[in-house]
Design a protein around this ligand. Structure first.
Ligand SMILES: Cc1cc2nc3c(=O)[nH]c(=O)nc-3n(C[C@H](O)[C@H](O)[C@H](O)COP(=O)(O)OP(=O)(O)OC[C@H]3O[C@@H](n4cnc5c(N)ncnc54)[C@H](O)[C@@H]3O)c2cc1C
Length: 446
């Protein structure tokens, strides 16, 4: 692998002072946020560590509630998963809602799901004045079924619509095949209440809103150490190479990039790498494959997700791996996946491909809570973090500012050990076994 390729994936040990990697979002970034590197000693009520969507949403929530907040980001705002993802914004979690019903009962599952729907609405309000910079004008995501199980899919849609207030619309084989010209899809459904974001602009805009509301934002400021100042009063000293913050509360929002900063959180976080490809402009060829404007994800464990950007380019995501291929190899791998769905696009080229770490918990649900009084965490959003990070930020901000204990609804999802140092190997093996299960299920359903 050549230097400066996706080298930030080589190590999850607190990489710092890095610039945005080359990807679709950094290439089309148009929102700025005023920030500096911390070079002084500061005092604040709250210090948020990590400037991804979880961190900036928490800082915004605190500032809107009149609390003084300092945010420290090791690299740049949105440098991690938040500024390099698929850009799909939807309610729900990485964990399937039916599993939540089974584990928690219907009422509790509904309570959690509703929190994500509220977060989705709040996000739409927050981007209202800057939609052109952030939001695709097209709403809606199609979930395409790789399997011939129309009855099972319709049962699922029924539960989502009746119990969770969604308005999913079933698509027959004829309909989906008319819109997406591939033999892979058997049926599907449209989720109309979803949107698609320029995720880096969105992270920067949220940070800018936080800054305008009074939060102090610092980039290139990796936190190297956190210590409690004394045992009887909750007060923390947070150190960076050139500065220091003292605060009554800290919030860890470092996700898959936490490295060894906090051992309990690190042990409970599995950084799972996943990848995205941006194709060259496809012009008229795009319509030989895709005739609908909606974003798509399929329903395999090892799913692909994709959407059209810049009128005729495909942003194609998928795969999970502990092996980090070079940019060139990654482009080839991702193109191969794309062509396995749309062989008629043979010969198209990839423009850029990249990867990022999602921070997963074993239970695939967000981890929100306190290690000690004043020592908070807001992490574990996995592959479904665009809306849930806003939810997490709001819950933690409201807990600190107003003693609101709604975050306790997530208490069943704790800091389970993810099996490090073998966690990534286990995740890779699980992914391969899911791929095999997907292939068998697909064959059986033909
Ligand atoms: C390729 C890819 C595609 C995805 N697609 C989607 C999608 O379409 N829809 C969706 O909902 N979700 C998607 N996700 C998941 C989503 O992006 C994440 O769940 C979400 O962005 C997590 O936000 P976060 O703030 O918790 O973490 P991050 O955005 O990773 O932010 C963590 C930040 O903490 C900083 N940090 C770490 N250690 C320190 C330290 N010691 N000091 C200071 N700062 C530190 C890092 O530099 C980083 O900026 C995708 C993720 C990836 C990687």
């Amino acid at each position: 692998m050549k230097a400066n390729e996706i080298h930030d994936l080589d190590s999850v040990q607190q990489v710092s002072n890095m610039k945005y990697i080359d990807n679709y979002y950094s290439r089309t970034k148009s929102v700025q946020v005023a920030s500096a590197s911390l070079g002084e000693k500061l005092s604040a009520e709250v210090c948020v560590i990590g400037g991804g969507l979880a961190g900036v949403s928490t800082a915004l929530g605190l500032a809107e509630r009149g609390r003084s907040a300092v945010l420290l980001e090791a690299n740049q705002i949105g440098w991690g998963a938040s500024g390099r993802n698929g850009g799909f914004v939807a309610s729900g979690f990485s964990q399937n809602p039916l599993v939540l019903i089974e584990k928690l009962g219907l009422a509790h599952a509904k309570q959690l799901y509703t929190l994500t729907q509220k977060a989705y609405e709040l996000i739409q309000l927050r981007v209202k004045d800057v939609e052109a910079e952030i939001k695709s004008p097209i709403q809606g995501t199609v979930t395409a079924s790789w399997f011939n199980d129309s009855d099972g899919l319709q049962d699922y849609i029924h539960t989502m619509n009746t119990e969770f207030g969604e308005s999913f619309e079933y698509w027959s084989k004829e309909k989906i095949n008319d819109m997406y010209l591939t033999s892979r899809y058997h049926c599907g459904y449209l989720e109309p209440d979803t949107s698609h974001f320029q995720s880096l602009n969105y992270a920067l805009h949220t940070a800018d809103m936080a800054s305008n509301a009074g939060a102090r934002i610092f980039e290139q400021s990796p936190v190297t150490k956190v210590v409690g100042i004394n045992s009887d009063s909750a007060r923390w000293k947070i150190s960076t190479p050139n500065g220091e913050v003292t605060a009554d509360h800290i919030v860890y929002a470092c996700s898959g990039y936490i490295g060894s900063l906090q051992s309990k959180l690190s042990r409970a976080t599995l950084p799972v790498a996943t990848y995205v490809l941006l194709t060259e402009p496809l012009g008229a060829r795009l319509k030989t494959a895709i005739r609908a404007p909606y974003a798509v994800s399929d329903n395999r464990f090892s799913s692909n997700y994709y959407r059209i950007v810049q009128n005729d380019q495909l942003l194609w995501g998928g795969r999970v791996s502990m092996f980090h291929p070079s940019q060139q190899a990654l482009k080839k791998i991702m193109l191969k996946d794309l062509l396995s769905v749309y062989p008629q696009l043979q010969g198209i080229r990839g423009e850029v491909a990249w990867g990022g770490y999602m921070g997963y918990a074993r239970h695939k649900m967000p981890q929100l809570g306190q290690l000690k009084p004043g020592e908070w965490y807001c992490q574990g959003f996995g592959g479904h973090g665009m809306a849930t990070t806003t939810m997490g930020g709001e819950l933690i901000a409201s807990a600190i500012a107003n003693n609101d204990d709604t975050w306790q609804a997530f208490a069943p999802f704790g800091l389970d050990y993810v099996g490090k140092p073998f966690g990534p190997v286990i995740a890779q093996l699980a992914y391969w076994s899911y791929q095999i299960q997907d292939a068998i299920k697909s064959q059986l359903s033909r």
